[in-house]
Design a protein around this ligand. Structure first.
Ligand code: PRP
Ligand code: URA
Length: 209
C-alpha cells in the first residue's frame, strides 16, 4: 500500500489557508500554488538518488554529490497541474516535463483524456505526477494508468488538497504510488467537490470563472 505523507509545515499550512480563501485573487492564487509546490518539492525529493561528481574548489579538487536531475520527470495533469510545475522546476531545473490532459465529465465526474505527451525515456525516470486536487481520485488514477501503460515505473503523486475518498481510490488502484499532500480534507460534496477545499482549482488558477 502506498504511503500518504501530509506536509503540515507551518509555512505550507499558512499559505494553504490563504489559497483556500474565496477572496484571494487569481494572481495571488497562482503565486501561492507555485510557492507551496516549491516547499512540497523540497520534502518530496528527500530520497532522490545522488551521484558523485569531481569539482575543483579554489583550494583543491574534491568529490561532491549532486542530484541526478536528468532522471526526473514532472507530469502535470492539465489544466490545474500546470500551476505546480514552475515551483518544482525552480528546485529541479533539469527535470523533463510531460503533460496529460484530462477533464472531469461534469455529469459522470469520470476523467476524459484529451492529451498525452511524455518524455520518451519515462520508464527510467522518477515521475512526479502533480495536480492540486485529489477528489474522487478518477483523474489521478487515469493519469497514472496512462503513464504506466507508456512504460512509467516509479511514480509519486503530489497534490495540495486530497479528499479521503480520493486517497482510498488511489491506494486501491496504485498501491505502489506514494502520495504527498499538504492537507487531507473532510469529504466530497454532492458535486464531488472537496469540502472545505478551495473550489475549482483550474478556474481559480486561470481566472476562467
Ligand atoms: C480538477 C483537478 C483534478 C480533478 C480532480 O480538474 O485539477 O484534475 O479535477 O478531481 P477527481 O479526483 O474527482 O478526478 P478538472 O477536471 O476540473 O479540470 P481542469 O484542471 O481542466 O479545470
Ligand atoms: N476539482 C477541483 O478543482 N476542486 C475540487 O474540489 C474537486 C475537483
Amino acid at each position: 500500500m502506498g504511503n500518504v505523507f501530509v506536509f503540515d509545515h507551518p509555512l505550507i499550512q499558512h499559505k494553504l489557508a490563504i489559497l483556500r480563501d474565496k477572496n484571494t485573487s487569481t494572481k495571488d492564487f497562482r503565486e501561492l500554488v507555485k510557492e507551496i509546490s516549491m516547499l512540497m518539492t523540497f520534502e518530496a525529493t528527500r530520497t532522490l538518488p545522488l551521484k558523485e561528481v569531481e569539482i575543483e574548489t579554489p583550494i583543491c579538487k574534491a568529490t561532491m554529490r549532486m542530484l541526478k536531475g536528468e532522471d526526473i520527470a514532472i507530469v502535470p495533469i492539465l489544466r490545474a497541474g500546470l500551476g505546480m510545475v514552475e515551483g518544482m522546476q525552480a528546485l529541479v531545473p533539469n527535470a523533463k516535463v510531460g503533460h496529460i490532459g484530462l477533464y472531469r465529465d461534469p455529469e459522470t465526474h469520470m476523467p476524459v483524456e484529451y492529451y498525452c505527451k511524455l518524455p520518451a525515456d519515462i520508464g527510467e525516470r522518477q515521475v512526479f505526477v502533480v495536480d492540486p486536487m485529489l477528489a474522487t481520485g478518477g483523474s489521478a488514477v487515469a493519469a497514472i494508468d496512462f503513464i504506466k501503460e507508456r512504460g512509467g515505473k516509479k511514480v509519486i503523486f503530489l497534490c495540495l488538497i486530497a479528499a479521503p475518498e480520493g486517497i482510498e481510490v488511489m491506494q486501491q488502484a496504485h498501491p505502489d504510488v506514494d502520495i504527498f499532500i499538504a492537507a487531507k480534507d473532510s469529504h466530497l460534496n454532492e458535486h464531488a467537490y472537496i469540502v472545505p477545499g478551495l473550489g475549482d482549482a483550474g478556474d481559480r488558477l486561470f481566472g476562467t470563472k
